[in-house]
Ligand binder design. Structure first.
Ligand code: MG
Length: 161
């Protein structure tokens, strides 16, 4: 009755772009490079949903060679993944996200991200978790080249009506 999916994403920082994470605009930081709005949080969540129902990955569903997705609001990807899951009878049960970034400081933005993700997934707020970690100066995150996101999404089978 349950399926679990795991998603990972990373993007480079790109000066001049707007930083959007978890559907929330975060001012005062470089944005992320990407074909869409580069929302790495929603990309990881999308992959987790797709993974849970065996529907491939975000790159197959929304190729960055497709102009339709240029600058796209990544909530569209989440919505499409949810649609594919619903066809198989599954809906989200909970979502747990970890963002790994040495900068900007994400602590103040976690409540809004959590709220927005709960809206997108149709979940109560206590079924959504957003955690922020630093990489303590190590690797590409530590060098400030970009950030990474991990997400787990549990889906439950909807009961027949
Ligand atoms: Mg991505």
């Amino acid at each position: 009755m349950f399926r679990i999916g795991f998603g990972y994403d990373s993007h480079r920082f790109a000066p001049g772009r707007v930083l959007i994470l978890g559907g929330v605009r975060i001012d005062g930081s470089p944005g992320l490079a990407g074909h869409s709005d580069a929302d790495a949080v929603l990309h990881a969540i999308t992959d987790a949903i797709l993974g849970a129902v065996g529907e491939g990955d975000i790159g197959e569903e929304f190729p960055d060679t497709d102009d339709r997705w240029a600058g796209a609001d990544s909530s569209l990807f989440v919505a499409e993944a949810l649609r594919l899951a619903a066809i198989k009878g599954y809906a989200p049960a909970n979502c747990d996200v970890t963002v790994i970034a040495d900068s900007p400081k994400l602590q103040p933005h976690k409540p809004k991200m959590r709220q927005r993700i709960s809206e997108l997934l149709g979940l109560p707020i206590d079924a959504v978790s957003v955690k922020a970690k630093t990489n303590e100066g190590m690797g590409f995150v530590g060098r400030g080249e970009g950030l990474a996101v991990m997400a787990a999404v549990m889906l439950h089978k909807l009961t027949q009506v």
